[in-house]
Design a protein around this ligand. Structure first.
Ligand SMILES: Nc1ncnc2c1ncn2[C@@H]1O[C@H](COP(=O)(O)OP(=O)(O)OP(=O)(O)O)[C@@H](O)[C@H]1O
Ligand SMILES: [Mg+2]
Length: 296
């Protein structure tokens, strides 16, 4: 995924002011920035879900997806989670994750398509079911699969959302503060999980306030301030940059080991489970994602 000079405005508010970056398959990229710096707006733009005025370009494997519907972007293989949990309260965990399987592409591989439409139909239900089980296991909520989201602690709800996002094996995975409200141990486990997902070939972008998490989890990082990219590079470089220390950490110049700084204000509302029937954050890679190291 390549983003070039992206600008998003909401009326007079410039939420993103010329943002450019690339996400690489096989890498986990961290995104930091103070409250209101444009992180969620960026994820909304990448999944074609914002309603602001826009300029610039977003390319998926070289093709511009500006003008694509959110569904089309999801079918291409962009999946996301939201800053606040959006699970369907009336469905159990397994069915919530099942909702992330894109209609018409649950098998999604070209070999199945070559065998004809009936092979795809026959394979679809069992393949989708197997994928759901795999996703539940990957994030560690297999034991909770028959429970309702509201019965689970917040950390497990967030894992269910991640399972729903990865169930169709996206090429690009966008995570908006996935560790907000979690314990240190849960954060470490999720960091490991994101590393594994990237290692399987996904391009992962994770919005995160905890710089220690970014340093230990991410291969690359960039920082937003007032809708602009003010630093990019390795997590250590980004966190050490004067712009980030000034704008994000509010400390200015040197002082303090970067990995020990805890930034203020992790967003997200613990316990917020949507009771609506809407389902968000799905994606499907079609099982044919690019090889590790390629531009997504
Ligand atoms: N739908 C909208 N309408 C109007 N303004 C918006 C809208 N969405 C975002 N904004 C504005 O755009 C700017 C960036 O907001 P955004 O939610 O992207 O920040 P953020 O970095 O995700 O912040 P946080 O850390 O609090 O989640 C803010 O000034 C915000 O008020
Ligand atoms: Mg946000």
């Amino acid at each position: 995924m390549e983003v070039a000079d992206l600008e998003v405005r909401f009326g007079g508010v410039v939420a993103l002011a010329g943002v450019s970056f690339s996400l690489i398959s096989g890498e986990c990229c961290g995104l930091i920035g103070a409250n209101g710096s444009g992180k969620s707006t960026l994820l909304a733009a990448l999944s074609r879900l914002h309603h602001g005025a826009e300029r610039g370009d977003i390319r998926l494997a070289g093709e511009s997806c500006v003008g694509w519907s959110p569904d089309r972007v999801a079918r291409w293989g962009v999946a996301r989670t939201f800053q606040t949990v959006r699970l369907v309260a009336d469905l159990d965990v397994r069915d919530n994750v099942m909702a992330g399987v894109m209609p018409g592409s649950a098998t999604g591989n070209h070999a199945d398509r070559r065998r004809g439409p009936f092979a795809v139909l026959r394979g679809r239900a069992s393949d989708a079911s197997a994928r759901v089980d795999e996703a539940l296991q990957t994030v560690g909520v297999t034991a909770q699969r028959k429970r309702r989201p509201t019965e689970l602690p917040y950390g497990l709800q967030r894992r269910v959302e991640i399972a729903r996002a990865i169930v169709s094996r996206p090429r690009v995975l966008l995570l908006d503060e996935p560790t907000a409200g979690m314990t240190g141990r849960e954060r470490a486990e999720l960091g490991e999980l994101f590393g594994r997902l990237a290692g399987s070939g996904m391009a992962v972008l994770v919005v995160e306030h905890d710089v220690r998490f970014v340093t230990s989890t991410c291969d690359q990082a960039f920082a937003l301030d007032g809708g602009r990219v003010v630093a990019r590079g390795t997590p250590t470089e980004v966190i050490a940059s004067p712009e980030v220390r000034q704008a994000y950490l509010g400390t200015g110049g040197a002082g303090g080991a970067p990995g020990e700084v805890r930034a203020p204000g992790a967003g997200g509302a613990p316990g917020d489970v949507s009771g609506t029937s809407s389902v968000h954050g799905t994606g499907d890679a079609g099982g044919t994602g690019p090889s590790r190291g390629a531009r997504a």
